[in-house]
Write a protein that binds this ligand. Sequence first.
Ligand code: 3EB
Length: 333
Amino acid sequence: MSAETASTYALPVLTPAFGVASASTVLGAIRYAGRHREPHDDAGYPELTVQLVRDDADAFTEVWHTSGEVERGSRDGVVYAHDGEHFFAAGHVREARGYTDAIATAYLTALDLARSHGYHRMFRVWNYLHRINGRNAEGLEIYRDFCLGRAIAFDRAGLGAGDLPAATGVGSLGGGIAFCFLATRSGHSLNIENTRQVPAYRYPRRYGPRPPGFARATWLSDSGHIYVSGTASIVGHRTVHPGRVDRQCREALANIAHVIGAENLAAHGLTDGRTPRDLRNVKVYVREHADLAQVREICAEALAPDCAVAYFTTDICRSDLLVEIEGIAMTPA
Ligand code: 3EB
């Protein structure tokens, strides 16, 4: 861990399977395992266990550390913790014939928990969907079913365009739909969109009954970090370079470069433009295992040598997307 991460609130540190030094410093954790579990706090902190590796021997845990005093709890299947500044929550909906209502309910439970503890700004969410490109009992793609439920929750919670979180929505290898998020109490924040892309919340109807509710990135004033959403090879609202993983990977990196670049930030009233070399805690989702080596090579060229990168082989929300990349663009030194 660098000195910078050690002194900053709620920065994630990708650690090996048994790398949680002390439960008392953990706000929340996401374990990428060979088998999913319901959200739990067996280790003394909230943990979301997502089925995202094939072999449990490759499991590892992403940990959000805090130096604050942590309070923890659970309600209706949602586990949570907060430290006075940040709130972590993890929820889950079991494998079902349809997800709309259950996702709306689970999201609202988690959002209510955050708000009732004073954390009104959900700034980063991860969603893991088993059979993401499969269909529910009514023939609607499970990703679109999920988007519908999430939109209903956001409507009921009164979340508008400017309040949407940065997000990731990718496939998992089992276990219904799992999600977790981070919210802040006092931190001022700003949503950042990308002029190369139509805002996801304005995607046309052809992509599903309700568009995905997320911002391309969120900036937090306390740390100055930019939380970059899962980013893919989409220009305008269309997938570009279908069937070409190398081009899709470069296009996704170009989208990230643009969203965190000086020009785009200036349009949002922010200074401190960044580049992909400022990214940390990067996660890369690759649809085909056979494409992994190529994606690794392209990402290694674009990212800083000391950037921790986790690669997963899993499905992505549009069947023609082959790769999705997320990370945190740190405040330039
Ligand atoms: C895209 O740009 C790619 O539904 O929460 C990326 C990040 C994507 C988050 C989500 C979807 C989500 O539309 C897909």
